[in-house]
Design a protein around this ligand. Sequence first.
Ligand SMILES: Cc1cc2nc3c(=O)[nH]c(=O)nc-3n(C[C@H](O)[C@H](O)[C@H](O)COP(=O)(O)OP(=O)(O)OC[C@H]3O[C@@H](n4cnc5c(N)ncnc54)[C@H](O)[C@@H]3O)c2cc1C
Length: 412
Amino acid sequence: MRLVIVGASLAGLRAAQAARRAGHDGELVVIGAEPHLPYTRPPLSKELLQGRQELEDSALPVDELDVRWRLSTEATGLDRTRRRVRLRDGAEESYDRLIIATGCRARRFDGPGGGLPGVHTLRTLEDAVALRAALAATHRLLVVGAGFIGCEVAASARSLGLAVTMVDIASHPLAPFGPALGERWAQMHRDHGVELRLGVGLEGLYGDASGARVAGARLSDGSSVDADTVLIALGSTLNNEWLTGAGLELDPAVACDRTLTSTHDPDILAAGDIASVPAALAGGARVRVEHWTTAAEHGQLAGRNALADHAERESHTAPPYFWTDQYDAKIQALGCPALAEETPLLELAPDGTRLVAACVREGRAIGVVAVNAARRLAWYRRALQTPQPLGELAAALAQDGSSLGNPGGARR
Ligand SMILES: Cc1cc2nc3c(=O)[nH]c(=O)nc-3n(C[C@H](O)[C@H](O)[C@H](O)COP(=O)(O)OP(=O)(O)OC[C@H]3O[C@@H](n4cnc5c(N)ncnc54)[C@H](O)[C@@H]3O)c2cc1C
């Protein structure tokens, strides 16, 4: 059996490792557009940018996998009838089973000045190296987009002593966590010296007198911000173009069942940021999770499942989980915070630095967000396999002796 994996990053590597571990002794080909063997991205916005890690620390161990790595090689098309992946150089790779793990890329700013020198995005190792070098010569950084990557880079740049302005069209940072928690994140960034410009969009970037470098940005409220480096952190775009016309269901990620199998082809599975998979905490709706742990779990499961017939494949059942590190806060989330209508506090340490908030939709908890409360997450992981009436979750919590503390009935 010939197993081909497209995407040589976290999900693709975990799939290859799992397939070998599960006894696959046939051909194993991993096709990756980047020139590198797989590496891990989280340090790119944190330790690497802050100078606390070097490039080589991001490498993921690839073991003795007996893989044919086809790096610097982009898949450009998929012919399911002939079971072939078409490559940029005109070559093809045939497969018996295919795992799609092509993830996302950083969205660019296509408006005025988006191509000026000094304007960065952050997704790859090269991006991180370029941004790190730029920050070493920067006085004032403008971060456009207060999502996870924007907030992490703002925090890293403050740790380097740079002046940082962060702009977002939303009224608060980390929009998927909702406005109540958003107020906390906003305060955290202000407390660390970031100038926040919320509720305003980016109209365009302008260059210096010679036009050789970015010098600032015009915002939608008519104001402008000077900056000698700009990070565009406006989210991501799926790497799904190569699947156009292949007849798979794209929503626009690869629509899968719980076993990570494409809804339209039992010989094709997907894993990681590119996969859209039913989640119990979303009431069985398909969700796409753009975070590390899910990509690793998907990869492991897809690698095993690709060896089995469809009827014998296992389901992915772990709730979505992710973390982000900003300043001295480790923010972790379980479940589907982006679908929540409110985020009442469940636990609050007396000094206010640690908390757990529920993510509630239609009266049911569908996830939690924790700040500096990593140990508490194990309890919620057990308690929250499916949506739980908030009252029942609160009652179970009241019986549990290890809570951080009562938020005093605060339903914020
Ligand atoms: C800067 C940064 C910081 C992050 N920090 C955190 C964090 O703190 N916590 C957290 O939970 N998550 C974090 N993440 C998210 C996490 O890294 C991703 O969820 C994870 O990388 C997804 O892995 P993946 O293998 O699915 O996709 P990707 O890592 O996107 O890899 C996809 C690979 O496929 C390749 N590819 C794309 N198209 C093709 C093609 N046509 N042919 C061949 N190859 C192709 C790409 O070049 C890429 O190498 C961070 C991400 C970034 C960028």
